[in-house]
Design a protein around this ligand. Sequence first.
Ligand code: SAM
Length: 274
Amino acid sequence: MLPTLRETVNFYGLMANKALGQNFLLDSNITDKIIRQSLSRQNIHDFKNFNIIEIGPGPGGLTRSILGAEPQSLTVVEMDPRCIKIMEDLRAETDTPMSIINGDAMLFNPTENIASPRQIISNLPYNVSVPLLLKWLTQIKDLSALTLMFQKEVAERITAPTHSKDYGRVSIIAQLTCSIQKLFDLNPECFTPAPKIWSSVLLFQPLENAISAENIAKIEKITALAFGQRRKMLRQSLKSINNISDKLEQIGIAPTARAEEVSPQKFLELSKLV
Ligand code: SAM
């Protein structure tokens, strides 16, 4: 029988390491809710048909809830060697085939190592949440869904509409690759230790016409210029692109417009002209 999560944390003396973005979820009501809502928004009852990848399992609260949804297999990728023994204890208790990788998720390629269909689930380490998301979005056609927890302000940037102050590079790339639903917000007291900020769980499902990694790379460059000077007119912030005013007019954007007035679709059209 598995000990409770708190007994596990105490037994291994697992003090949270700030440098690894560790804020643990030790309440199974919350981790179960993440999985329940993710399943329900995907119109499925369990993960029996999916190979699940969990990034940063830590002491394993969310991992236990994932295993409860009976995935075909579970692969966990955790940087902190202290958590590996905890994962081995979990593996000894489950019938689900489980692979444990002690390493950096930034260096791990989910599509190379895990059979399809695959989903990624994570209470993400906040310090690398955006780089990890952007990396997965470049291979989104090979992923069935992503259920991810972010700092609330990062989630707001990801889902931000055109014309809003949070709208930018991440919103554009995420919205050109996925349909994104917010599952719910979590207050700081849900975590041990409690961070200063709220968090939000988002579900990403790939769009049928999700843009390619090549498109993403182009849009990254254009949006870096456009939002690097977001108060400037596009003809100014994008002046390093040949005939930028003509190109903007060709897609129906005034050269005097500012970056936050341009929809993701128009950024895509522009990227195809440069
Ligand atoms: N899933 C656990 C939970 O919900 O309680 C822990 C979440 S904690 C916010 C983030 C976890 O990611 C930590 O366990 C941390 O050690 C791990 N981590 C941090 N950076 C990582 C990286 N680059 N690759 C893999 N794991 C990482």
